[in-house]
Design a protein around this ligand. Structure first.
Ligand SMILES: NC(=O)c1ccc[n+]([C@@H]2O[C@H](COP(=O)([O-])OP(=O)(O)OC[C@H]3O[C@@H](n4cnc5c(N)ncnc54)[C@H](OP(=O)(O)O)[C@@H]3O)[C@@H](O)[C@H]2O)c1
Length: 260
């Protein structure tokens, strides 16, 4: 059968390799597990070695093909040395998911400058640094998928998270610019923009009853997302099904950006 007519073949992730940054916990862990469960060799990443090794051991125990690499996505030298050992082991990944992110909260007029820089470097510059290190190998191979984890804040502002919104708005434009420059090499660069999901990052929000009630009311679907609900968009963007999709963001947000 023509591969393009079979959902099984079109969405297949079997035998691929993927690097998912910030996958020791939170959404990145679920994204990594979704890929691993479907036959992709996943390279896990985080800064905290003990946390990363716990997830690595858990995934190994489930029988997944998995490696792990401790590096800070804001540090070009650490990325470079991790890349050298990774590419020796698994080759240039077919899929990069730029997921690592942070979100400290302060009123904008009091935002500490070092925290501002950390947010921009972790959420925005990292996607440039990590992608840049692998993309030449993707160009030689003439195939690749880069998926940038954006946010509602790629489009909408909110109190106390100005650099986060600036970084995620920037990541949306970086996604479009990467697609503009690299699509001709058969590298598809796209973004997933999650709404609200319960992780360490959103703990102060879901533990706040007032916020929780506000969010349920504000979201057309009337609830928080389940991290596994991001996998449909991930599988689409990571597989051949998105071979002519370039520079797009898929919002997985229960309809928040569709309604006021
Ligand atoms: N949760 C949501 O509702 C939501 C909504 C929209 C977008 N997002 C985005 O989704 C992504 C994941 O968020 P999350 O909620 O899963 O956050 P999380 O639970 O706090 O997890 C963040 C992950 O990133 C890693 N990380 C942070 N800084 C890093 C660095 N400099 N280098 C390497 N790894 C780093 C952390 O590992 P270490 O602890 O080892 O550093 C951890 O594995 C972020 O980009 C976030 O902006 C989340």
């Amino acid at each position: 059968m023509n591969n393009k007519l079979s959902t099984k073949k079109l969405f297949s992730l079997e035998g691929r390799t993927a690097l998912v940054t910030g996958s020791s916990g939170g959404l990145g862990k679920t994204l990594a597990e979704g890929l691993a469960l479907n036959g992709t060799h996943v390279i896990l990443n985080g800064r905290n070695r003990a946390k990363l090794e716990k997830t690595f051991t858990e995934f190994k125990g489930k029988g997944y093909a998995v490696s792990h690499a401790v590096f800070d996505v804001t540090n070009a030298e650490e990325i470079q040395s991790a890349v050298t050992s990774l590419t020796d082991e698994t080759g240039v990944p077919d899929i990069i998911v730029n997921n690592a992110g942070i979100n400290p909260r302060y009123p904008l007029e009091d935002f500490p400058e070092e925290e501002w820089d950390a947010v921009i470097n972790t959420n925005l510059k990292s996607a440039f640094l990590v992608s840049k290190t692998f993309v030449k190998g993707m160009m030689v191979r003439q195939s690749g998928k880069i998926i940038n984890i954006c946010s509602l804040q790629s489009e909408l502002g909110r109190d106390t998270i100005a650099p986060y919104a600036a970084s995620k708005g920037g990541l949306k434009m970086l996604t479009r610019n990467m697609a503009t420059e690299w699509a001709r090499h058969n590298i598809q660069v796209n973004g997933i923009a999650p709404g609200y999901f319960k992780t360490a990052m959103t703990k102060p929000l879901f533990e706040n009853h007032e916020f929780d009630a506000w969010l349920r009311n504000r979201t057309p679907a009337g609830r928080w997302g389940d991290p596994e609900e991001l996998l449909g968009a991930l599988f689409f963007l990571a597989s051949d099904a998105s071979s002519f999709v370039n520079g797009q963001l898929i919002f997985v947000d229960g309809g928040i950006t569709a309604a006021i």
